[in-house]
Design a protein around this ligand. Structure first.
Ligand SMILES: Cc1ncc(COP(=O)(O)O)c(C=O)c1O
Length: 385
């Protein structure tokens, strides 16, 4: 039987596909060091797990309101007020099963097939897959190494066409770890406003910032009342990838429709998972700070180690938990480099082109890994090159 045209356009998340292949090698006994998936190696803080257990003990195991528990939305609004200086109203907030799907809901409810979306390239893989699935046009704006992989507002100006309806930004960025400056964010916001475009700001890594770098969000300008859609989630900052929980903030009419889509597709987010989210936001933040301190240590080691290997040049990223080294001088393509690393060094890294058309010549490593394993990986890579 034939499938829908949209189904043929689906690409999924290649990282999961790479991982499935690698598991097969591991079943055959190969020892592999994993640097591919952006999944914290830290345990979810215990107070968050306990809140989930308590909710289960209290029989919070039934349907919940589809737009999310009021208490979680209140907690999220309070955090936004503290971190970004404005308090969204309840009808501007939607609790989602992860940030990934909130990007999908936002695009599906804001845009029509054929509309054009400006996307940073290299960028988070799901953007491309979702855009293709929905029949939206992708306008790629290159993130250049010479600009430290920050999105350049001038490139965005050049990319805007009469068909453009949205700009996606992601700072700190997956896969480069780059953090845009407040001036760049303000510039992009001004562009979106002047051209009447939505501006979707994916702020998944907002809490993971190093070296006193300033984090900036375009939401401070319109308070998510006009065109800014703020995507956030618990996966990374609270090591909660398996909980599947995020909160999206946006203009009330859009959020209302996204809520209907959520209600149609998943009914609601499990209430005991939402209780975990409330605890994450209201409880002790020290576990997150401690994780970020550890990530910084690992980042420093990773960058220093990579730069000590012939043919590899790696910038020091200011946020998230990824490095995106340039491997062009090895003379290999990104894919060839990754194949060699997997086969000869047992180190799993991701080819840059997985993240877009401008990713060739680069690879991505996620440093959600112990210091010992990072050192081991660097040693093995050095031996092979
Ligand atoms: C930039 C970015 N946005 C969104 C997500 C999705 O996160 P979630 O686990 O909440 O779906 C990820 C996960 O890797 C990401 O890197």
């Amino acid at each position: 039987m034939k499938l829908s045209q949209a189904a043929y356009r689906l690409e999924g998340q290649k990282m999961f596909q790479i991982l499935t292949k690698t598991r097969e090698l591991e079943r055959q006994g190969k020892d592999i060091l994993h640097f591919e998936l952006g999944d914290p190696d830290f345990d979810t803080p215990w107070n968050i797990c306990q809140a989930t257990i308590r909710a289960l003990q209290n029989d919070e195991t039934h349907y919940a309101p589809s737009i999310g528990l009021h208490d979680l939305k209140v907690a999220a609004a309070k955090v936004t007020e503290k971190s970004r200086g404005f308090k969204p109203s309840m009808d501007q907030l939607l609790v989602c099963p992860g940030a990934n799907v909130s990007v999908y809901y936002a695009l599906a409810c804001a845009l029509d097939p054929g509309d054009e979306v400006i996307v940073p390239d290299p960028g988070f893989v799901s953007y491309f897959s979702i855009l293709k699935f929905l029949g939206l046009q992708i306008k790629r704006v290159p993130l250049r190494e010479k600009n430290k992989f920050r999105l350049n507002p001038i490139d965005v100006v050049l990319a805007i066409s009469p068909a453009t309806r949205m700009i996606i930004i992601n700072s700190p960025s997956n896969p480069t770890g780059a953090v845009m400056t407040p001036a760049e964010i303000q510039n992009i916001y001004g562009l979106a406003k002047r051209n009447n475009l939505y501006l979707l700001s994916d702020e998944m890594y907002a809490r993971m910032i190093y070296d006193n770098t300033v984090f900036a969000s375009p939401s401070i300008y319109d308070h998510c009342k006009e065109g800014v859609i703020l995507v956030n989630g618990f996966s990374k900052s609270y090591a909660m990838t398996g909980f599947r929980l995020g909160v999206v903030t946006g203009p009330a009419p859009l959020i209302e429709k996204m809520g209907l889509l959520l209600e149609t597709t998943v009914s609601c987010v499990s209430p005991f998972i939402q209780r975990a989210g409330i605890e994450a936001l209201r409880g002790d933040q020290e576990p997150t700070f401690a994780m970020v301190r550890k990530y910084k240590e690992r980042r420093d080691l990773m960058v220093e180690g990579l730069n000590s290997i012939k043919g590899i040049k790696c910038l020091m990223p200011k946020g998230a938990f990824y490095v995106f080294p340039n491997i062009a001088e090895t003379g290999m393509t990104s894919q060839k480099f990754c194949d060699l690393m997997l086969e000869k060094a047992g180190v799993l890294v991701v080819p840059g082109p997985v993240f877009g058309e401008y990713g060739e010549g680069y690879v991505r490593l996620c440093y959600c890994n112990s210091i010992a394993r990072i050192c081991e990986a660097i040693m093995r890579m050095r031996r092979v090159l």
